[in-house]
Design a binder for this molecule. Structure first.
Ligand SMILES: Cc1ncc(COP(=O)(O)O)c(C=O)c1O
Length: 412
């Protein structure tokens, strides 16, 4: 049964056509525009089926075999499957699959290891850190004393000397490595070495690269970090949610930090969907997909650079590209608006060492729908035409419609 078919014919359409129309409109939007947001992807119909299952009805506070609610025997099987598949996939001794989101996973990691007021060293927000890495509008910045490391002004690459110097100067209780926009791999061995030197915990916030890790297309933080936080909905292609991996000795602390410290009942339908996604991610097909994501990102970065955009760090090792459109005569915010009008959906992001905004984009979703290195220069060309003001967004919108029609994300 196709996704459209389910929406057209099921009880939702009969009972609430207004909302059914909204869901169909979103499905149409996703299918006819280019999803270039680096954090998004198209989950499989099997993942969507688990999300829409009756496990959504089940309350399951606690963990398999130790629940605060009755009737959890089936839910327990689902969660055990998700946990075992995650452990196997990432070679981790322990996995917690209950974190409701990437932010919840980071909150739980801090709760497991830190006390309010502790010092934490993390990538500064203007250099690509996430809100949970010390933003003053987030619990992290309110409850902990964050010190930010950054990237080199010239190369855009992480300034390892600064990381070491700041760690020595501030003796943080934890070091966080992870980013929303850094397009290169983190050197986890280096961060482990610095953490050990200053007696800090190492937390890898691998929300972005974890899907590439699953597919063997990026190095794994699991052997190096005390705790690995992740999302399940980016390259990993699962449901929206979080996950935590750690060694056996921190398992109890991590589990208690998730429930009962920061969360209530587990979302069992999402956990079932995570299990489905982990199963998919363990296949050869997914490994091939993960490598194609990186190949596409490299091709897209090269094509954008050839079109004149300033690609941060000169390219990418991952699914993610950060670029400054200023050489084409447009700032990041205006660029995002023009591109959206042409059906190309992406984000703005901070550009380190400047006040300007850049563009952040990724290839996870377009790769899922089957685009390859041949299509990437086409995408870059469409983008550049709009950014230079040479092509009318409304006209390019038709080109985008034509391109996406050849790569439907779901069977029609
Ligand atoms: C590095 C990093 N950490 C945490 C998160 C938070 O994930 P969520 O939006 O699921 O809370 C993100 C999301 O993009 C992220 O990139």
């Amino acid at each position: 049964m196709t996704v459209t078919h389910a929406l057209e014919t099921d009880v939702l359409r009969r009972q609430d056509p207004e909302l059914a129309d909204v869901l169909l409109a979103e499905r149409e939007r996703q299918a006819t525009t280019l999803q270039l947001i680096a954090a998004e992807n198209f989950t499989s119909p099997a993942v969507l089926a688990a999300l829409g299952s009756t496990l959504a009805n089940k309350y399951a506070e606690g963990y398999p075999g130790a629940r605060h609610h009755g009737g959890c025997e089936i839910a327990d099987v689902a969660e055990r499957l998700a946990v075992e598949r995650a452990k196997e996939l990432f070679g981790a001794e322990h996995a917690n699959v209950q974190a409701h989101s990437g932010s919840s996973a980071v909150l739980a990691a801090y709760a497991a290891l830190l006390r309010p007021g502790d010092t934490v060293l993390a990538l500064a927000l203007p250099h690509g850190g996430h809100l949970t890495h010390g933003s003053p509008v987030n619990f992290s910045g309110r409850w902990f004393d964050f010190v930010g490391y950054g990237v080199d002004a010239e190369s855009g690459l992480l300034d390892h000397d600064q990381v070491r110097a700041l760690a020595r100067a501030h003796r943080p209780k934890a070091i966080v490595c992870g980013s929303i926009a850094y397009p290169r791999h983190f050197d986890y061995a280096f961060f482990r070495e610095v953490a050990d030197e200053v007696g800090a915990y190492l937390i890898a916030d691998a929300a972005h690269p974890i899907g590439l890790v699953a597919g063997g297309a990026a190095p794994s933080p699991v052997p190096y970090a005390d705790i690995v936080c992740a999302t399940t909905h980016k390259v990993l292609r699962g449901p929206r949610g979080g996950m935590i991996l750690c060694g056996a000795e921190l398992a109890g602390r991590v589990d208690r930090a998730v429930f009962p410290f920061t969360q209530g009942g587990a979302q069992m339908h999402t956990i079932a969907a995570k299990a489905v996604a982990f199963g998919e991610a363990a296949t050869e097909a997914f490994a091939a997909y993960a490598h194609r994501v990186v190949a596409n990102a490299r091709a897209l970065a090269a094509a954008l650079a050839a079109e004149g955009l300033a690609v941060v760090t000169g390219g990418t090792d991952t699914h993610l590209i950060t670029a400054d459109p200023a050489p084409l005569g447009v700032d990041g915010r205006t660029a995002r608006g023009r591109l959206a009008a042409a059906g190309m959906v992406l984000d703005c992001c901070a550009l380190p060492h400047t006040d300007a905004r850049g563009l952040r984009l990724g290839t996870a979703a377009v790769t899922t729908q089957g685009m390859g290195e041949r299509e990437m220069p086409v995408v870059a060309g469409l983008m550049a035409g709009v950014l230079r003001g040479r092509a009318e967004p409304a006209r390019v919108r038709e080109d985008v419609r034509e391109l996406t029609a050849a790569f439907p994300p779901y069977p029609r």
